[in-house]
Design a protein around this ligand. Structure first.
Ligand SMILES: Nc1nc2c(ncn2[C@@H]2O[C@H](COP(=O)(O)OP(=O)(O)OP(=O)(O)O)[C@@H](O)[C@H]2O)c(=O)[nH]1
Ligand SMILES: [Mg+2]
Length: 215
């Protein structure tokens, strides 16, 4: 009888411990995956103190889709004289996205922002074959100016007919030339505002997950 009671107590304790571990794990997993703009996730004071601020610089030629990507991550943004800015709160971190317009007149200023940046997102219009050489030289100029910076190259507009594939872009942008030391990622994406299912946004989750790992 006494032995049975001991077994019962031990089993209950084991179930309780397993339940708590599961609860903590689920909570942690849920928090890590959360990405919702305009909400405060650092609600616990201790966590608030740990919050860090990270800047993601979003560049790419004019029309590549920078604003569309920011809109995909958040709500529509207001362009301010060639600049777009959104701020997202995720657990332990506030991520500031700064887009600078891609017109020729603004490209000269891009590198001035690298010093304050933690991650560079370079967006390419995969269907714009004629301007891929320009995108390539701008990208390599930035890589040279920010030798330590992790870089995510977003191969946007994959929905468009004749869009370059990932391997074609790897070649066209000479990414093989980039040092192996550099954290460099090339991701396929489409951020079309057209609501038709075949045109809808793709690659958003992978992009978000990658950013969460890099910040
Ligand atoms: N088909 C298609 N169109 C896209 C996609 N992403 C953006 N666009 C369209 O491309 C055009 C330019 O997009 P923007 O987001 O304004 O480009 P941007 O890089 O911010 O351009 P600048 O601010 O001028 O440097 C818009 O008409 C978008 O709707 C995509 O993935 N697929
Ligand atoms: Mg824009």
């Amino acid at each position: 009888m006494v032995l049975l009671r001991h077994v019962h107590v031990a089993l209950s304790a084991a179930v309780a411990a397993l339940g708590s571990a599961l609860f903590i794990a689920l909570n942690y997993f849920y928090q890590r995956r959360v990405w919702a703009p305009q909400r405060e996730y650092c609600t616990i004071r201790e966590e608030e103190e740990e919050c860090v601020r990270r800047q993601v610089l979003v560049l790419g030629l004019d029309g590549a889709g920078k604003s569309s990507v920011l809109q995909g991550l958040s709500r529509p943004t207001r362009p301010t004289r060639g600049f777009n800015f959104i701020s997202l709160r995720v657990p332990h971190c506030q991520i500031d996205f700064l887009e600078i317009g891609g017109g020729e007149d603004l490209r000269g200023y891009w590198s001035e922002y690298l010093g304050r940046t933690h991650i560079l997102v370079f967006i390419v219009d995969s269907s714009d074959w004629t301007r891929l050489p320009v995108a390539k030289s701008e990208l390599h100029r930035l890589l040279k100016a920010g030798p330590q910076l992790p870089v995510v190259v977003l191969a946007n507009k994959q929905d468009k007919a004749g869009a370059a594939t990932i391997s074609e872009l790897n070649e066209a942008l000479s990414l093989g030339r980039v040092s192996e030391e550099r954290k460099l990622f090339l991701l396929a994406a489409q951020f079309n505002s057209d609501p038709a299912p075949k045109n809808s946004t793709q690659g958003l989750e992978t992009f978000q997950d990658l950013l969460l790992q890099l910040v």
